[in-house]
Write a protein of this length. Structure first.
Length: 517
């Protein structure tokens, strides 16, 4: 996920603090500067210097794993359902369990790196993520898989912010850091784009379990490399973690999503629907009250006093509410209706996976010409057109017109819309809040994606009657895409009415979206 909080952005290279107990010992000569490959980074308190490219490599590997797991499970969903006996409505929780925990604890992860140190936080998050991947790959019951995915999301939320702070601490400000951040963003984008292909290949050749188990050897290798090469560094900002706030917002979002799913069974007036909906909203209200009163909140509400920040985050939430659903429905349509194998479905989604990167690359150039608000509106309209096109799918649809063409349109539009929204939000915030707002933008987008998937999946399941007939399934998926079109148009209207007409000062193009969804 891109845009992790940058609370630990240091211009100097990362070195370990001197040991006070060694004050009277003879001083060792400083390690020679590396003539090529960037500045050296000290490993712990020892004399051995590590080039900055090694730190960049470790940080990018961690980012790749986090982003890959957003999309890698998509093509494995039908196999998971048949193997573990999961219901159609419950299948979405394989995605939501990860994304809700990821979004709810992401800001907490950024603060943890400031308090406990970048290296320690990175290694802890990666260890949790790797162990949860192992548990998910070995799951024998659906609840075991869902629990493992939630813990994976928690590990990713701790790991992801640390990847960027490690990188910016190791590389001095200037062209070298710009290249490093560009590499980090490109690796994240590659992880999102490769998710479908990697997942399909592993599911076809081995089993769905390997879309999770593959993280274990890779995670172990990165863990060992990080323990040996990374140096510790604290940001020195903040004195405490707002753990109650993170728990409240995560629990509230999960309970509201559960209530939405229950509407497919008992309707909006049933007790099984109203109780979790009311309870979840109460938890979210308690979160807002806590954030307004605590001294060091997870999400300071003061940042939303700026109109542009509030509007950009609201529009990001609405745009994000369709992003996860696109992958989910394209995957299940390709396999459950058109009869694609997991590998074929993964290959089929590659063009649309790459298209979000294309949209993110087009947006900065257009922003300089017509302004961020106009580019966001244009992106929303392109995404809405893609959803409208995709809603015309049929049980016997062809690949160019039912998957590739509309998928490319939707993803180009989402990439064009989210880039200027992130730019407007971070560029309009106070300089000391830029990193925080960057984290909030990504949190809003991920939370929107989780809630949107719950709503659209419930609508599709209700329309199809919960059956497996290709015609009924197609009707449900088509309804979900029609709703996605309406949501995209609502985002366009929100941007037109609330975002400023003129470019605010300080607004620049951020790195491309790396979530792949």
């Amino acid at each position: 996920m891109s845009g992790a909080p940058n609370g630990c952005d240091h211009d100097a290279m990362t070195t370990s603090p001197p040991d006070p107990s060694a004050r009277d010992l003879p001083r060792r000569p400083a390690a020679p500067a590396t003539p090529r490959g960037g500045p050296a980074v000290r490993r712990g308190a020892g004399p051995r210097a590590v080039p900055a490219w090694a730190v960049v490599l470790i940080a990018c590997a961690g980012q790749f794993l986090v982003v890959l797991d957003v999309s890698v499970v998509n093509v494995a969903l039908p196999s998971m359902r048949s193997d573990l006996g999961m219901s159609g409505s419950g299948l979405q929780w394989v995605l939501n369990a990860y994304s809700i925990a990821f979004a709810g604890f992401m800001l907490l992860g950024g603060r943890a790196a400031d308090l406990f140190g970048q290296k320690r936080t990175f290694l802890a998050g990666l260890a949790v993520f790797t162990l949860a991947s192992l548990a998910g790959g070995l799951a024998q019951q659906s609840w075991q898989l869902l629990g493992a995915r939630a813990v994976q999301g928690l590990g990713a939320a701790v790991l992801a912010p640390a990847t960027l702070t490690l990188l910016t601490s190791a590389v001095p400000a200037g062209p070298a850091r710009i290249r490093a951040v560009g590499t980090w963003a490109a690796v994240g984008a590659a992880g999102g784009a490769a998710g479908g292909l990697v997942g399909g290949t592993l599911t076809d050749l081995l089993s769905w379990r390997w879309v999770l188990l593959i993280n274990v050897p890779v995670g172990a290798l990165v863990l060992v490399s990080g323990a040996l090469w990374l140096a510790e560094r604290r940001g020195g900002r903040g004195r405490r973690l707002d753990l109650p706030g993170a728990v409240l917002v995560t629990a509230g979002l999960a309970v509201v999503s559960y209530g939405i799913v229950q509407t497919g069974r008992g309707g909006w007036g049933a007790a099984a629907t109203l109780v979790p909906l009311i309870g979840g909203l109460a938890l979210l209200c308690a979160f807002l009250v806590l954030e307004a009163r605590t001294r060091e909140p997870l999400m300071p509400l003061k940042v939303f006093r700026t109109r542009t920040v509030a509007a950009a985050n609201a529009a990001m939430f609405v745009c994000g509410s369709t992003s996860f659903a696109v992958w989910f429905f394209m995957t299940v349509y390709a396999q459950n209706v058109l009869g694609y194998t997991p590998f074929e479905a993964g290959v089929a989604l590659v063009p649309s996976s790459l298209s979000i990167v294309l949209g993110s690359k087009l947006a900065p150039a257009l922003m300089h010409r017509v302004g961020p608000r106009q580019v966001g509106v244009l992106g929303g309209l392109v995404a809405a057109a893609g959803f409208a096109w995709q809603s015309q799918l049929s049980p016997h649809g062809g690949y160019p017109t039912s998957i590739m063409g509309p998928g490319i349109a939707v993803m180009v539009g989402l990439g064009m819309a989210t880039t200027p929204l992130a730019s407007l939000a971070t560029g309009s915030a106070a300089p000391e809040d830029a990193g925080l707002v960057s984290g909030i933008v990504n949190t809003a987008r991920t939370m929107g994606g989780a809630l949107g998937l719950a709503v659209l999946s419930t609508a599709a399941a209700t329309r199809s009657g919960g059956g497996t007939d290709p015609g009924a399934l197609t009707a449900g998926y088509a309804l979900a895409f029609r709703i996605g079109c309406c949501v995209s148009l609502a985002a366009v209207l929100l941007m037109l009415l609330w975002l400023p007409r003129r470019r605010p000062r300080g607004v620049t193009a951020p790195p491309p979206d790396t979530s792949g969804a």
